[in-house]
Design a protein around this ligand. Structure first.
Ligand code: MLT
Ligand code: MN
Ligand code: ZN
Length: 305
């Protein structure tokens, strides 16, 4: 299976339009050590011609342009995106749906019922799309069972609930319910190789840890380095954990967990916030990742499993 990272940043992207934190400022000053990143999305295929899109980022048009495999040009109006899978209902993962409105048939949309509810009520993008292509909704099962996605041959999917946070426009903000956020294991049916993808992971629950241990590659939440990173910068009052993102450093942080995985597991951080020091390729934090064998996803990164 081929995994293509379309976007590797958290909400806001990098640099963020209104931000002058050390990373955003360094980027604008032309630093060669800071790569611009669009908001998080990946696409996966087992046959190089049919792709499942995970999340629809606000930069989706730019992301599609930068990855020609998504436009095979077999007819006047065409796409290789066979289905869209949403991990949550957040703005950074759903705004791109508006940009796909010219589709010639309803979009094949996979998400949990709670995500669908938020996208019909709090942020009614799915209602708006009814005036354009419409959507054909598929409910994502959370019972650990494998499922297939029509049009994506050779791939098997398993979704699992993650404790993270629901968007501010959700009735479950700060009271997350199973299904508000999901992680997914994608298995290549031919090779049996597995990718575990979870861009928003707030708490390491036993079923999540089991899925990570079973995977050949984990592509997981890399939002913030420290729990109080945004507070220390004066950028926000929110901690990483309150936003539903496990910080990387410190006790119980993501690095400790990744350290316990076999050395053969490929470990990649994604959904990286613009304030995170790991975006500076020369930072001590980035060097610590390198020492630990942990990669930082970048736009255009390819993972073959
Ligand atoms: C998050 O992952 O916490 C959200 O996407 C943040 C945002 O988009 O504002
Ligand atoms: Mn996000
Ligand atoms: Zn910034």
């Amino acid at each position: 299976m081929r995994v293509h990272v379309l976007g590797s940043a958290a909400g806001g992207g990098f640099p963020q339009w209104n931000c002058n934190c050390p990373n955003c400022a360094a980027y604008r000053q032309g630093s060669p050590y800071h790569l611009a990143r669009t908001q998080s999305s990946i696409t996966v295929s087992a046959d190089d011609s049919n792709w499942v899109l995970f999340n629809a980022s606000p930069e989706i048009l730019q992301q599609i342009r930068s990855f020609p495999a998504l436009q095979p040009a077999r007819q006047l109006r065409d796409t290789a995106i066979r289905a869209i899978f949403l991990m949550d209902a957040q703005i950074d993962h759903t705004t791109g749906l508006y940009m796909l409105r010219e589709h010639r048939q309803p979009l094949e949309l996979w998400c949990h019922a709670l995500v669908r509810d938020d996208l019909v009520r709090g942020n009614p993008v799915l209602k708006v799309l009814e005036h354009y292509c419409g959507i054909h909704w598929h409910s994502v099962p959370l019972d650990q069972r494998n499922f297939c996605i029509d049009g994506a041959p050779g791939l098997l999917f398993t979704a699992l609930p993650l404790l993270s946070n629901a968007p501010p426009y959700s009735p479950h903000r700060d009271q997350p319910q199973p299904g508000d956020n999901v992680g997914v294991t994608i298995t290549d049916a031919a090779s049996g190789k597995q990718l575990f993808y979870a861009p928003g992971l707030g708490t390491m629950e036993p079923h999540v840890w089991a899925a990570m241990q079973a995977a050949d590659c984990v592509l997981v939440d890399g939002t913030l380095w420290t729990d109080d990173e945004m507070i220390a910068l004066g950028a926000s009052q929110k901690t990483s954990r309150s936003m539903g993102h496990l910080p990387q450093s410190g006790p119980g942080g993501m690095l400790e967990w990744l350290n316990r995985l076999p050395t053969t597991t490929r470990k990649v951080l994604i959904h990286i916030n613009n304030t995170n020091p790991i975006l500076d390729a020369t930072s001590p934090q980035r060097q610590e990742l390198t020492r630990r064998g942990i990669e930082v996803a970048f736009d255009g990164m390819e993972i073959t499993l």
